[in-house]
Design a protein around this ligand. Structure first.
Ligand code: NI
Length: 140
């Protein structure tokens, strides 16, 4: 693959921290690390709502909250086409961790995530989306 050479200006302190991070994570050089950062940004920030995407939705919730479990099941069935798999872990007496693997249009996955994360009793969570089209373009 043909590469273009660029130079960039960066504060010495920031660069030292970056080099330290690279040494710890085993990335071979700065160029590779900067290419990784650019790819990650492009894959995450695709804005086309129709972009075919894969995602994980993570949530931690209190299973004792009234009607929460029922609402989660209802939403799950309404969005069954987007949900590939769900992992459920009982963290302690009250708390549950759930991780859903999703696939579909970016807009649909975001809608599902905001419905789930907005439910009363959901204490924390987040959605990580990878645009598959962009991935294919920039990461192969
Ligand atoms: Ni549980």
């Amino acid at each position: 693959m043909e590469l273009e050479r660029i130079s960039l200006a960066i504060e010495p302190d920031l660069l030292r921290k970056f080099d330290l991070l690279l040494a710890e994570s085993g990335v071979p050089n700065r160029s590779e690390a900067v290419r990784d950062l650019i790819r990650k940004r492009l894959v995450e920030e695709e804005e086309d709502p129709k972009a075919e995407s894969a995602a994980t939705l993570t949530l931690v919730y209190d299973h004792d909250t009234r009607e929460l479990a029922d609402r989660l099941v209802e939403i799950g069935h309404e969005h069954h086409a987007s949900i590939l798999s769900t992992l459920h872990v009982h963290l302690d007496h009250d708390l549950c961790l759930e991780v859903m693997a999703l696939r579909g249009k970016r807009r649909d996955l975001r809608r599902l995530a905001s419905r789930v994360l907005g439910l009363k009793g959901v204490l924390h969570g987040g959605l990580v989306v990878s645009s598959l089209d962009v991935l294919t373009e920039v990461a192969r």
